[in-house]
Design a protein around this ligand. Sequence first.
Ligand SMILES: NC(=O)c1ccc[n+]([C@@H]2O[C@H](COP(=O)([O-])OP(=O)(O)OC[C@H]3O[C@@H](n4cnc5c(N)ncnc54)[C@H](OP(=O)(O)O)[C@@H]3O)[C@@H](O)[C@H]2O)c1
Length: 266
Amino acid sequence: MKQLLPDTGRRDLSADELWGAYGSVYDASHSAGGTDSGRGTLPRVVANMVTSLDGAATIRGRSGPLSSEADQYLFKLLRAQSDAVVVGAGTVAVERYRRVRLPGELAGRRKQAGLGSLPPLVVVSRLLALDFSTPPFTDPPDEAGGLIVVTTPSAPAEQMEAAAEVADRLIVADGPDFPADVTSALGEMGLERVLCEGGPRLLHSFLRSGLVSHVCLTVAPLLAGAQELSLLGPEALERPLRMDPVHLLEQAGWLFMLLRVSATDA
Ligand SMILES: NC(=O)c1ccc[n+]([C@@H]2O[C@H](COP(=O)([O-])OP(=O)(O)OC[C@H]3O[C@@H](n4cnc5c(N)ncnc54)[C@H](OP(=O)(O)O)[C@@H]3O)[C@@H](O)[C@H]2O)c1
C-alpha cells in the first residue's frame, strides 16, 4: 500500500502536466475503440463523471452540487481534448446543456495541439422526446461547437424534422447496438476522440457495449444518501467491470481518478 494522504510533499501538477496526463488516454492502446471485426473502426471513447462517496450521480436531481472548481476545470480540459462530446437526452434536458465553448486558455491549448475547431455536442436519443425550442438546440452556432443529433427510426417523423432543422447533422442509426452505431457514425465522420459525459443511463449502455476505454471519475468528499440516480443508473451490469487506476489526483478533498476499463471482467 502507498500513502497518498496526508500530503507527503508532492507538488501540484502544472497546467501542462494536467493536459498531458489526460491527453494520453486518447493515444493509449486498449481493446475498446480501434478496429473491431464486427463494427469497423470505432473511435476511442472516454467517459467523464462525478460521484459522491456513496455512488450518487446527483443531489436533488443535479450533478452540480457534487462538482468543485478543479472538477469544472477538468470537465473543460477533457472537452478541449475531444473531437466530439456525447450526451444523453436526459442530461440535455435536466442540465440545460449548451453547445461546447471553451475558455481562452484551453482553446489555446487545443489550437496548439492541432485538434481543430471546437468539438460538436452529440445528443443521443432513440425517441427524440426533446424540446427543440430550448438550448442547446436554439444556441447560436457562432463561437461554439456544432450540434449533431443521433436517433433511431423509432423517433416520430415530426421530431426528426424538428431535429434536422436545428442540428448541423441528424444521424438515424438502425443497427442492433445503438451505442456502437453512435460511435461508428462519429468515427465515419473522422471524430476519433469521443468524450461521453453521461448521464448514468447512457454511460451504462456504452460500458455494456464495451465501447469505453477510460473513465475519468471525480469522487466528491460527500455522502449523499439515497438519491434518484447512482453512477450507472438504475440497472445492474451483468458482471462487475474491473477498472484499473491510471492516476489519482486530489484537490481540496475531491479525488480525480483516471481509470482504464479492463479488458477482462473482475
Ligand atoms: N454525476 C455525473 O457525472 C452526471 C453526468 C451527467 C448527468 N448527470 C445527471 O444524470 C441525470 C440524467 O441521467 P439519465 O441517466 O437519466 O439520462 P441520460 O443518460 O443523460 O439520458 C438517457 C436518455 O438517453 C437516451 N439514450 C440513447 N441511447 C441510449 C442508450 N443506449 N441507453 C440509455 N439511454 C439512451 C434515452 O432517451 P431515448 O429514450 O430517447 O433513447 C434515455 O432516456 C441528470 O439528473 C443529470 O444531472 C450526472
